[in-house]
Design a protein around this ligand. Structure first.
Ligand code: NAD
Length: 445
């Protein structure tokens, strides 16, 4: 349905009619394929930073046409703003006016990415003001970008540098079509850990990945995306979903494991399967999740308990097993939700479980880091799946067209791309983070 609307308002006569009637016209998003260029045009790097030259050298080594000054004429595929050394809000003026002029040269699907430092209580008021100001600036820019272009930021915490592996990994993610439905968001680089892949087309080559809830929806697309990126995939789902699970597994050349993730021995069975059938375990994606919506006044124990059991308790229990196994460099990515950030009527149980995921991820980062591992979460907004197809049409239309800057629901693959990135070695320095994949929805913004 969303795709049909997109098609109608973007092609031929119906495009003209939609324009005439003032209907919202969602842009086509630039999504990733291994054969498309990293950016759809040259990249302009604005601002000063101690490592600016190293960054430009890296961009050139990625095959990009890098400009340090705005030629004023040529089309641009991207803009990088180096804002990490600013010390006062007044320093923004000149740079922002130059950026404003460059925005007019962006091609559809272009990317703007800023580098900045976190605003901390121990900063001087002026330093904290400019750093926090960047937050509002980038989020507003996200809402001003057009034709599927996005604006996102990378925050360099703890003295990390803009050419550290995870900062570069985050930059590549934001540049590429992998971040098509990510807008107005920040990735926080916390440590220098991490490693860029030898082959950017197969960043998960040689890795063994487990995906729970892989029989359909977002989970099936996560399995496909991880396999495309080079991983061997173990697909986990309920025995009742066995046929659908086998179908996806055949498609991606993976193995299946039928189990209920709430079973007490789920973690041990997953670990045993990965080690005996694939010889290791490098990445776990906790995707299995359910909704049992009811206003709290009408809630029953069955609905409450099952949501908490599947969406958070099972993950806590499985993570304990994985941590106890001391697997070197284990990466875990979990599914949160914007409902857990903003709250949602009728979803007290679901929102408690998904906000719980965000808390769990933050608190588990140190534990996974002890063995070189990491953990992160993705908080999807409105994604077109069987789960959201059940939402009444009016609410669904608002969630798709009105709330997100990108004026459309996301696709399961948009969530999968973010997970594939956060589960890669290049994202190790983002340990403990939650990334929203929501098209910059106003929900919880
Ligand atoms: P879905 O209902 O289409 O698929 C979920 C899968 O998980 C199913 O195959 C199901 O059989 C499996 N599953 C459920 N309980 C299980 C259990 N106990 N053990 C093993 N497998 C189990 O859902 P989806 O829309 O693809 O969502 C996937 C994840 O993304 C969920 O965690 C969901 O909360 C989250 N999410 C989805 C959206 C969205 O818009 N669709 C938004 C935010 C977050």
């Amino acid at each position: 349905m969303a795709d049909k609307y997109l098609e109608l308002v973007n092609s031929g006569m119906t495009k003209k009619l939609a324009k005439l009637l003032g209907l919202p016209r969602p842009p086509r998003l630039r999504r990733y394929t291994p054969d498309t260029a990293l950016l759809p045009g040259p990249v302009l790097v604005l601002g000063a930073s101690a490592r600016a030259q190293q960054l430009c050298d890296t961009l050139v080594s990625w095959g990009l046409d890098v400009r340090r000054h705005d030629a004023g004429q040529s089309k641009l595929g991207g803009i990088v703003l180096l804002l990490d050394e600013l010390t006062d809000p007044e320093q923004l003026s000149e740079l922002m006016l130059t950026t404003g002029a460059a925005l007019r040269q962006l091609v559809p699907g272009a990317r703007l990415v800023s580098f900045s430092r976190p605003a901390l209580a121990e900063n001087s008021p002026a330093v904290a003001a400019v750093r926090q100001g960047i937050d509002g600036l980038i989020r507003s820019l996200g809402r001003e970008m057009r034709a599927g272009a996005t604006a996102n930021g990378i925050v360099l915490e703890n003295e990390t540098q803009l050419d550290s592996a995870s900062a570069l990994g985050a930059l590549r993610f934001f540049f590429s079509g992998r971040s098509a439905y990510v807008d107005g968001q920040f990735l926080r680089v916390r440590t220098e850990y991490g490693e860029l892949p030898a082959d950017f087309r197969a960043p998960l080559r040689g890795k063994v990945a487990v995906v729970t809830g892989a029989a359909r929806g977002i989970g099936a697309d996560i399995a496909r995306t991880l396999a495309r990126d080079g991983a061997q995939v173990v697909l986990v789902d309920m025995p009742a979903a066995g046929d659908a699970l086998a179908k996806v597994a055949n498609e991606v050349g993976g193995t299946t494991l039928q189990l209920d993730v709430t079973a007490k021995d789920a973690g041990t069975r997953i670990l045993d399967h990965a080690l005996t059938r694939h010889g290791g375990l490098d990445l776990v994606v906790h995707n299995a999740g359910i909704t049992r919506d009811k206003l709290l006044a009408n809630m029953d124990a069955g609905r409450w308990d099952s949501v908490i059991a599947v969406n958070i308790s099972a993950q806590l229990r499985m993570n304990e097993i994985f941590l106890a196994a001391k697997l070197p460099g284990l990466r875990v990515v979990s599914l949160a939700s914007t409902s857990g950030i903003a709250g949602n009527r009728g979803q007290t149980n679901y929102a408690a479980s998904k906000a719980g995921v965000i808390g769990m991820v933050r608190a588990s980062a140190g534990l996974f880091a002890e063995h070189g591992g990491s953990i992160a979460a993705v908080a999807p907004g409105f994604i077109e799946t069987e789960m959201t197809a059940k939402i009444p049409l009016g609410t669904r239309t608002v969630a798709r067209l009105v709330l997100p800057s990108l004026m459309q629901g996301g696709l399961p693959v948009d969530v999968a791309e973010a997970i594939a990135f956060l589960g890669s070695d290049a994202a190790a320095g983002l340990n403990g983070s939650t990334l929203r994949v929501c098209g910059q929805s106003l929900v919880g913004a």
